[in-house]
Design a protein around this ligand. Structure first.
Ligand SMILES: N[C@@H](CCC(=O)N[C@@H](CS)C(=O)NCC(=O)O)C(=O)O
Length: 272
């Protein structure tokens, strides 16, 4: 999948420069990396920092409020991968960005001159390209289950929420809030209620890409509660505990945006 074209050369050059600048900054803080530079054929046996310096740069195009972009951020953080974020103004998309992807949507990942779009696919791509610290299970059944939950998140939770955010029709809001509550009850019953108390994640005891797919929706839940009057169903106790468990993960905390950030950012957008 490659959407490279002549018009993108300029932005690539600028992005590459940013990445090189960042690498040089890392280099100046890293004595072992200097050794590697002096001996470019040396095998990659250095510490993590040295190895990261020589990993192919990853760039991804985001919008700060985009929950799908946040999935990619979480996947990168969980896998310990560094990436450069490039913010896209979705209300005024640059022409060069529209040439990079046929959908014009974020997130979009660039790695080794190739572009990958669709957040769930990007997460799979990252696991394929960087197998260390996997976020998808190895077992075929568990992989299928991860994909089923990711698809549920996309087609139910996120799709309904997007519809609700794009209308001020009170009847639509009421209907979608009821559907969202049913979706959450479904997750409670068909994921958590079937598991033991120590199986805290969607697939059981292991954190996975399924958790990553759901979590950004929960990080922004405060917006639905405050501006659209959504109420979390009281019977979703395990789901609430799951939210706390995921929020406490180190990688998740490093990427987290605060409720205040979301409320302030969405306030004017929802009022408009
Ligand atoms: N299914 C896509 C959805 C991505 C998406 O809808 N992104 C929104 C921002 S959150 C976007 O780029 N909207 C701009 C547009 O639709 O023109 C994914 O998972 O990556």
């Amino acid at each position: 999948m490659q959407f490279a074209h002549e018009g993108s050369q300029e932005i690539h050059a600028s992005l590459q420069k940013q990445t090189i600048d960042k690498s040089i900054q890392t280099l100046s803080n890293s004595a072992p990396a200097l050794l590697d530079l002096a001996m470019p054929d040396r095998p990659l046996v250095g510490d993590n920092e040295t190895q990261e310096l020589f990993m192919p740069p990853i760039e991804f195009f985001v919008a700060q409020l985009c929950p799908y972009a946040h999935r990619v951020r979480l996947a990168l953080a969980e896998k310990g991968l560094q990436a450069t974020e490039i913010e896209i103004d979705l209300r005024n998309k640059p022409a060069w960005f529209l040439k990079l992807t046929p959908t014009g949507k974020v997130p979009l990942l660039r790695h080794q001159g190739q572009y990958v779009r669709e957040s769930a696919i990007i997460c799979e791509y990252l696991d394929d390209a960087f197998p260390e610290r996997p976020i998808f299970p190895r077992d075929a059944q568990a992989r299928a289950e991860a994909r089923i939950w990711i698809s549920f998140a996309d087609t139910q939770l996120y799709a309904r929420t997007a519809t609700m955010m794009h209308t001020s029709d009170a009847m639509v809001h009421k209907r979608i809030k009821a559907q969202l509550a049913d979706d959450l009850r479904f997750v409670e019953q068909h994921a958590f209620a079937l598991r033991g108390a120590d199986e805290r994640f969607l697939l059981g005891s292991e954190f996975s890409a399924a958790d990553i797919a759901f979590y950004p929706w929960f990080e922004q839940l405060c917006v639905l509660e405050k501006y659209l009057g959504f109420v979390m169903p009281t019977e979703c106790e395990r789901l609430l505990r799951w939210q706390e468990t995921v929020a406490a993960r180190e990688a998740v905390r490093t990427c987290a945006r605060s409720p205040g950030f979301y409320l302030e950012s969405y306030g004017p957008l929802l009022a408009a």
